[in-house]
Design a protein around this ligand. Structure first.
Ligand SMILES: *[C@@H]1O[C@H](CO)[C@@H](O)[C@H](O)[C@H]1NC(C)=O
Ligand SMILES: *[C@@H]1O[C@H](CO)[C@@H](O)[C@H](O)[C@H]1NC(C)=O
Ligand SMILES: *[C@@H]1O[C@H](CO)[C@@H](O)[C@H](O)[C@H]1NC(C)=O
Length: 432
């Protein structure tokens, strides 16, 4: 089998001076996330080393600006990725970084020092959170902090605890020992969420990836309430939902206005079949006009997931990173082309300390693709027979005889950073 991606473009650039509205996630967020290379076991040192490389090599010219710590930063390495009772929680049932892995958090400092360092590098700081309440807080039946009084939350003459708001029958399906949904319609449930986000935003967050809350795990109440809390934060916070197993455009239309990105597939790993499966999904969300639709304090973007290139680990692995991506260069270029053309967030997943030049120069800093990712509109899969025919003529030697879905074409308009459209970009994505 062989795979190709071919791009053809023609556009004129308007050189007039303009001011871009300052909005949250005005273009698809771009950065790095620790999951594909470290699963959950990353340490402060490894994280800061990666952040420094983003800052040195990918920030100013290429716009990679978010450095996101993925899940279980609060779990001791003696626990597993779905274990009970191995987390660091405070007296109010809130997660704090595991101090063995995150030494600067000692003394309940949280991620404050790490966020300060990341901001000092010119980057934006992000963390992953699980929806609901932790099983450990539920088991310990911790009281709930009332942020308006600084004391335990009281209502109807009683002090409320974790067991009054946790819903054990709704454990997170893929981490049933770790988290369960909470009752967001109760005053105590709302108070708990406020107490969580008051703590986390005090660390200096710019990006929150909230997990076990979208697709099959949809919790509309929690998404809406968290969004309301984040909306009023003094600096903008990008609000990202995941995962997207079973997500549909209709579901997305109910929440896109209160978030900035939402995953539209399950986890994407480095298998060609998984890349291929994103073509139809990307087409459907584009056709529903969801790319760049209204979002929280700005815009929203269907998220095709991180890019599993370079030096990686495996899902839920307690070791790593320890292997190279399974995708060859052309497969990676095809994936990057679709992600950019569909205006997905561009979040690199490989360990940057082992970033090789063909991944960097050949894929993730391609200026044309990055331009399209930021500066195009009306992005859509094209079924114009003319484009497909053109593809067949150009690539007749490699298109399999009689192959019906060997060629996928996408088109978009170049918009030069939001100004009057100045031309047309067309991309042919090509897979056989
Ligand atoms: C959630 O809280 C509301 C208000 O206190 C209550 O009426 C409802 O029964 C609770 N739901 C669950 C599932 O506990
Ligand atoms: C998008 O367009 C603006 C305005 O021309 C430009 O400054 C910016 O570099 C472009 N973005 C990318 C990623 O090329
Ligand atoms: C998008 O396409 C529509 C219909 O072809 C066109 O009217 C509109 O101007 C385009 N918008 C942009 C921003 O390119």
């Amino acid at each position: 089998m062989k795979f190709l991606s071919v791009i053809s473009l023609c556009f004129l650039l308007c050189l007039c001076v303009h001011s871009v509205l300052s909005q949250n996630a005005n273009t698809p967020p771009r950065g790095w996330n620790s999951y594909d290379s470290f699963s959950w076991i990353i340490t402060e040192e490894q994280y800061l080393q990666n952040a420094q490389i983003i800052s040195d090599q990918l920030l100013s010219q290429y716009g990679y600006e978010y450095a996101v710590v993925d899940y279980l930063w609060y779990r001791s390495l003696s626990g597993g990725s779905n274990s009970r009772g191995n987390d660091c929680i405070d007296e109010w049932g809130r997660m704090h970084p595991d101090a063995k892995r995150w030494p600067s958090s000692v003394g309940w400092n949280g991620f404050k020092n790490v966020a300060d360092k990341v901001h000092g590098m010119g980057l934006k700081f992000g963390i992953h959170l699980m929806a609901g309440i932790s099983t450990q807080a539920y088991d310990a039946n911790t009281p709930i902090l009332d942020t308006t009084t600084g004391k335990a939350y009281e209502e109807s003459g009683k002090v409320w605890h974790a067991k009054d708001i946790g819903i054990p029958e709704r454990a997170c399906k893929w981490m049933d020992k770790g988290f369960m949904a909470l009752n967001v319609t109760s005053g105590a449930g709302k108070a708990f969420l406020k107490s969580l986000y008051q703590l986390y935003t005090s660390w200096g967050l710019d990006f929150v990836k909230l997990d076990c809350v979208f697709g099959e795990d949809l919790d509309f109440d929690e998404i809406t309430y968290v969004s309301q809390i984040l909306k009023d934060n003094k600096s903008p916070i990008v609000f990202s939902l995941s995962p997207g197993v079973g997500a549909t455009p209709d579901m997305a239309k109910k929440i896109n206005g209160v978030v900035n990105t939402y995953r539209v597939t399950g986890d994407d790993w480095d298998q060609w079949s998984q890349v291929v499966s994103h073509f139809d999904v990307a087409r459907d969300f584009a056709a529903a006009n969801l790319i760049g639709a209204q979002g929280l304090n700005g815009k929203s973007w269907p998220d095709l997931d991180m890019l599993p290139f370079g030096w990686l680990t495996d899902p839920a692995d307690n070791e790593g990173p320890h292997r190279l991506t399974n995708l060859n260069l052309v497969e990676q270029q095809t994936q990057m082309t679709l992600w950019c053309m569909a205006k997905s967030p561009i979040i690199y997943g490989g360990d940057l300390r082992n970033l090789d030049s063909w991944t960097k120069d050949g894929v993730i800093i391609n200026p044309t693709l990055l331009f399209i990712n930021s500066n195009s509109s009306n992005n859509t899969e094209a079924c114009e027979s003319f484009l497909l025919l053109l593809g067949r003529i150009f690539f007749s030697s490699i298109v399999a005889e009689g192959s019906s879905n060997g060629i996928r074409a996408w088109i978009a308009t170049g918009n030069n950073g939001g100004q009057t459209p100045q031309g047309r970009i067309s991309t042919l994505l090509f897979s056989i």
